[in-house]
Design a protein around this ligand. Structure first.
Ligand code: SAH
Length: 216
């Protein structure tokens, strides 16, 4: 598992591309610069790791596009020490970027194979993310409240059970729509039962499957 001069060069190119597309948060760009995305790839796709595209990982899932990872991260305005819940660990790449920003990351994955593979990879890379196997639509009641929640699979609705696990002043970002295309919704908890919402545009994620998600 190597991060070579060539990989670092490709990463700098990717950063320029992300800047051109509107990612102007220097801390987020620096976090992306610190995560060797190719190490989160399946071997046969590794050469494409620094293209700004989503790619297949195990179990028919995908590693999110770098632009999407940067966009969701930037929208949440992560500060060091914040407690973050991620739904959909997948490859672990998004969680790694959050962790490089100094956040305390808790991440849930429903697919057993991905959970084991990613938990092991993150430990080999010494990236301190707490990984959980289970249905992320129920959140993580034992760890509430969270400063921020990031959903990285497409949900049919903003999941109530998750919003309740935010602290007042906290934010949740989630793609919401049908199984093919979603709107990126940023919700802010303004008081214990009130939220404000922003629609940040159209994105495309694999479906969120679970009790408060799609049934299959
Ligand atoms: N954040 C990931 C994106 C992975 S794709 C990355 O950076 O690579 C979305 C992931 O969400 C898939 O791995 C899928 O298995 C998972 N997922 C879907 N529904 C879920 C649920 N209810 N709970 C936890 N994970 C879920």
């Amino acid at each position: 598992m190597k991060d070579t001069f060539k990989h670092r060069g490709l990463r700098r190119q990717l950063l320029l591309e992300l800047k051109e597309k509107g990612i102007d948060d220097q801390k987020v760009l620096e976090a992306i610069n610190q995560v060797p995305r190719h190490l989160f790839f399946l071997k046969n796709f590794e050469q494409f790791a620094y293209e700004d595209k989503a790619y297949p990982i195990e179990s028919g899932q995908t590693i999110s596009q770098p632009y999407t990872v940067a966009f969701q991260t930037m929208s949440l305005e992560i500060k060091p020490g914040e407690k973050i819940l991620e739904i959909g660990t997948g490859s672990g790449y998004q969680g790694a970027v959050l962790s490089k920003l100094g956040a305390e990351v808790h991440s849930i994955e429903r697919d057993e194979k991905l959970f084991h593979r990613t938990a092991q990879l993150l430990s080999e890379l010494a990236i301190p993310i707490k990984c959980y196997l289970g249905d992320g639509t129920k959140g993580l009641p034992s760890q509430t409240p969270f400063d921020k929640i990031i959903v990285t699979a497409g949900a049919p609705d903003l999941t109530d059970a998750l919003m309740q696990q935010l602290r007042v002043g906290g934010k949740m970002i989630s793609p919401v729509g049908d199984k093919n295309v979603q709107k990126m919704i940023l919700a802010k908890k303004t008081s214990s039962n009130n939220y404000s919402y922003q629609d940040l545009g159209t994105f495309k994620f694999v479906p969120l499957i679970g009790e408060h998600g799609w049934k299959n």
